[in-house]
Design a protein around this ligand. Structure first.
Ligand SMILES: NC(=O)c1ccc[n+]([C@@H]2O[C@H](COP(=O)([O-])OP(=O)(O)OC[C@H]3O[C@@H](n4cnc5c(N)ncnc54)[C@H](OP(=O)(O)O)[C@@H]3O)[C@@H](O)[C@H]2O)c1
Length: 338
């Protein structure tokens, strides 16, 4: 008889630049027991998000404490409660929360893991993607911070990614023109031919970004939904309309830099255009998740929102798969099925 073990991927050193295999160690431990008030979760799906790269750094200045060296890499997961010492949870409950790159996670209960309905008829992995924090980042970021009006021009970077692809489609639903910036011909074709974006630019081949955006959006941009920061943000700043809004959602182009980056250089355009830039963090919307998920589910059922999900089997593949987010090789929401 084989005894089940808990495979865990620990952070052994803080990455410099892109994470390397030597930054991790995979270990096998006994399946843990819950302490008082705790539960043990068997992770079914593990979300790979660009933000994890920031959690690997030492900085205390972020919205979550850094992953400690020797701790499992943190990640949002969906899993099943398999042991419970907390009366609010029963074995078999499905939960979601920040757990780790491991087969089994010990959770503190209510402060860490939220119960999700087990009988929705959709794959629980979607609660990490289009029906979860990724889709809802697009939903609340665009609608609450961007506040689109019909007829306005919305530009999104990382446009073929898990968040960006949904931003463009919600913009269309709201009667806006949607334009994207992405990193390959295939991605450009997908968002314009299948998702209904009005236009898109390949930032790797377009030459001068400021001019390329100007050619695509000659009257300027009302909302720039920024997933990447860096030079693309600077180029977008040079193409704002009066009273434009910039939703600062992510800055993936800077997550692996080894030295602090200068810029953005063109922030002065905010005053020229009486524009606004505002940071957005999905964890501040936890109490409104049900509202957003219901609306997203309705749009999906109506065929108005399409999504891609890339599920990779095997916990051991998490470190390599994680790199796809930074090379652009991922196709939609990236998930590990351990
Ligand atoms: N604020 C929040 O609460 C919140 C929540 C979720 C996500 N986010 C942020 O949203 C952004 C997108 O996340 P996601 O989960 O949807 O990931 P994703 O877009 O599915 O994957 C990341 C994509 O970023 C692009 N990329 C990578 N390096 C780049 C670079 N140097 N310059 C330009 N583009 C680059 C790649 O696409 P290309 O092929 O197009 O280069 C890659 O496929 C990230 O910045 C993430 O941190 C923020």
């Amino acid at each position: 008889m084989t005894v089940e073990k808990n495979r865990r991927i620990l952070l052994r050193s803080r990455p410099v630049g892109l994470p390397k295999s030597s930054d991790y160690e995979m270990v096998e431990e006994e399946v843990p027991e819950p302490g008082p008030g705790q539960i043990v979760i068997r992770n079914k799906f593990i979300s790979l998000d660009p933000a994890i790269r920031g959690w690997m750094d030492e900085s205390e200045d972020s919205y979550l404490p850094p992953i400690k060296l020797g701790e499992a890499v943190k990640a949002v997961t969906v899993g099943e409660v398999v042991k419970t010492a907390n009366p609010a949870y029963a074995e078999g409950d499905l939960v979601m929360g920040i757990h780790g790159w491991e087969d089994y996670s010990v959770s503190q209960g209510e402060s860490q893991s939220t119960k999700i309905a087990a009988d929705t008829g959709v794959s629980p992995s979607l609660f990490l993607g289009v029906l979860g924090s990724t889709g809802l980042t697009a939903y609340f970021g665009l609608l609450d911070v961007g506040r689109p009006n019909a007829g306005e021009v919305v530009l999104v970077s990382g446009a073929a990614g898990a968040v960006g692809s949904i931003v463009g489609q919600i913009a269309k639903i709201k009667g806006c023109k949607a334009y994207g910036i992405a990193g390959s011909k295939k991605k450009i074709r997908w968002i314009t031919e299948e998702l209904g974006f009005d236009g898109a630019i390949n930032y790797k081949t377009c030459g001068d970004m400021t001019e390329a955006i100007r050619a695509m959006c000659p009257d300027g941009v009302d909302i720039y939904f920024d997933n990447v920061g860096g030079e693309i943000l600077d180029a977008a700043l040079m193409n704002l309309r009066e009273r434009a809004r910039i939703v600062m959602c992510g800055a993936i182009s800077t997550y692996n830099v080894k030295e602090p980056q200068p810029g953005p250089y063109n922030l002065w355009q905010l005053l020229v255009k009486s524009a606004r830039i505002e940071g957005f963090l999905i964890r501040n919307y936890a109490d409104r998740f049900p509202e957003g998920a219901v609306q997203m589910a309705e749009w999906i059922n109506q065929g108005r929102i399409k999504y891609k999900e890339e599920i990779i089997d095997g916990l051991e593949n998490a470190p390599d798969a994680f790199l796809k987010l930074f090379t652009g090789e991922n196709e939609g929401k990236l998930v590990i099925r351990p």
